[in-house]
Design a protein around this ligand. Structure first.
Ligand SMILES: [Zn+2]
Length: 490
């Protein structure tokens, strides 16, 4: 599945570079893809069998001639970047018109076929009356506390399974008919289906169908019941059909990953409601989370490491960067520690502060919430390295169009430089998942036999050696700011 790099015919080698549009010149593909090409050089170190880098703008190149498409795929591959094609249920023909030629050539060139199935999963709650909650008088109603989504009754989604499964199967069948593989498929499916947060529980208490199913269960029981349905929907409609057709495929969804029973971040549409269970740390309220990954049938984990603006006010570290770094490392370490070694972790990452308001998740008066300061480039770069050394296999960059260039310029060099340590990514084992509670020295590493690949980051200027214990052996880790070091165990 993870294809080895295959040498290209000489004629193609000669074509490459020669026909690349220069900056300012009209390119045959969307601007986002051109920005990717403009701001990333070819890899110096081969990525070998490791996963490619995924970038939000490196999707959907449009309809291109065969030669142009070969050039694009080749240029991206030289950079270690995977081109992703989206499937759209309402424009199946149009989306396949551009996705199929990409898949054919990816197969021909020995590259992974990468698919974005997000739209295929929207929406289980399609706004129909059959999916609504029912009040005591039999009147249908929806929970409107998730923004524009028609969040209905979690126990009335059964009839949505067959039609949604059928429309995905129809697309899968087209690929099967042509013997095209799907090697990687992700979805960004979030505000839809059963979710226990916001005023969801309150709505369920007003619904006769919910009350009958819940039988007076406390919030914990409600959470278990809803997440079980949520996992089943993802498994039956999406993961199982994909795996049945493509047994080796990597299939997963945004924000679904193994964990320690807690979630250390809130999505933009989630609000804490007083009385719901939470563990406090500073002003953060970490929510207990159901073990939903295990029931989805997913074959890769997809944690989300973003600097959501409200995170800034959760902690009061004077070293502001550490507020972002601490939370990011907490999220990544949680996923890294609990995901089986054979299950790849593809982490969604983002550099710019995601503006979601300041005080919504703040315990205490909102006027005490301060304006979030942008994370430094230094802290973001270091965070990315620590993610890799705690189990992340590759990154998936999400960003807005305006953020493309800056985001690519920061993320790509870390991915590119990290490839030189190939064997560690393929066979290394993380040495620690510890997250220091205060700004200081952070160490992460991967051990491969007697060698340990280590990153040490200091938030308080400590320049002296720091001791850590690896495999029962005390090891002094010198300060090498901005560098990744290899230490040999005795
Ligand atoms: Zn209901």
């Amino acid at each position: 599945m993870r294809m080895k790099w295959k040498p290209l015919p000489i004629v193609l080698m000669l074509m490459m570079g020669a026909g690349m549009p220069c900056r300012g010149e009209a390119s045959p593909w969307p601007q986002g893809i051109q920005q990717v090409l403009d701001h990333t050089p070819w890899l110096t170190f081969s990525r070998g069998n490791t996963l490619p880098l995924y970038l939000w703008p490196a999707r959907n190149p449009g309809t291109l001639d065969r030669a142009v498409l070969i050039k694009l795929l080749t240029e991206l591959d030289r950079r270690g970047i995977g081109l992703v094609s989206s499937w759209f249920p309402n424009q199946v023909e149009a989306s396949l018109e551009t996705a199929l030629p990409v898949a054919r050539l990816q197969k021909e060139l020995g590259l992974m076929v990468n698919i974005d199935a997000t739209s295929m999963l929207y929406s289980f709650f399609d706004g129909s009356e059959e999916t609504a909650h029912l009040d005591a008088t039999g009147k249908p109603f929806f929970d409107d506390t998730f923004g524009s989504a028609n969040m209905g009754c979690p126990f009335r989604l059964e009839q949505r399974i067959a039609p949604m499964k059928a429309r995905l199967q129809a697309v899968i069948d087209v690929y099967k008919k042509e013997a095209l593989p799907v090697d990687f498929v992700f979805a960004d499916w979030e505000v839809d289906g059963p979710i226990e947060w916001n005023e969801s529980w309150k709505a369920s208490q007003r619904c006769t169908v919910c009350l009958e199913h819940l039988k007076g269960a406390p919030f914990e029981g409600y959470q278990q019941a809803l997440r079980a349905i949520r996992s089943r929907l993802q498994r039956v409609v999406y993961a199982e059909p994909m795996r049945a057709a493509f047994p080796k495929t990597l299939v997963g969804n945004y924000a679904v990953y193994p964990h320690d029973g807690y979630r250390y971040w809130y999505d933009y549409f989630e609000k804490y409601v007083e009385g719901q269970p939470a563990r406090m740390e500073g002003h953060a309220r970490y929510r207990p989370w159901a073990h939903e990954f295990e029931d989805t049938g997913y074959t890769f984990a997809m944690p989300v490491v973003y600097p959501w603006s409200w995170t800034w006010n959760w902690y009061d570290f004077e070293q502001g960067d550490y507020r972002w770094f601490y939370n990011g490392l907490l999220v990544a370490s949680n996923a890294g520690k609990h995901t089986p070694a054979e299950t790849p972790i593809i982490s969604f990452v983002h550099y710019h502060t995601v503006d979601v308001g300041l005080s919504e998740r703040l315990a205490g008066p909102p006027e005490k919430a301060g304006k979030a300061r942008q994370m430094s480039e230094f802290a973001y770069r270091e965070l990315l390295w620590h993610l890799l050394l705690r189990g992340t296999d590759t990154f998936f960059l999400w960003c807005t169009e305006e953020e493309n260039v800056k985001e690519i310029e920061l993320l790509f060099p870390v991915y590119a430089a990290s490839r030189q340590f190939g064997p560690f990514w393929e066979k290394g084992t993380p040495i620690t998942f510890e997250v220091p509670k205060e700004p200081g020295t952070v160490i992460s590493g991967l051990r491969l036999d007697r060698s340990v690949l280590i990153r040490r980051t200091d938030f308080t200027g400590n320049a002296g050696p720091v001791s850590i214990v690896i495999e029962g052996q005390e090891v002094a880790v010198p300060a090498h700011p901005g560098e990744t070091q290899i230490i040999t165990l005795k």
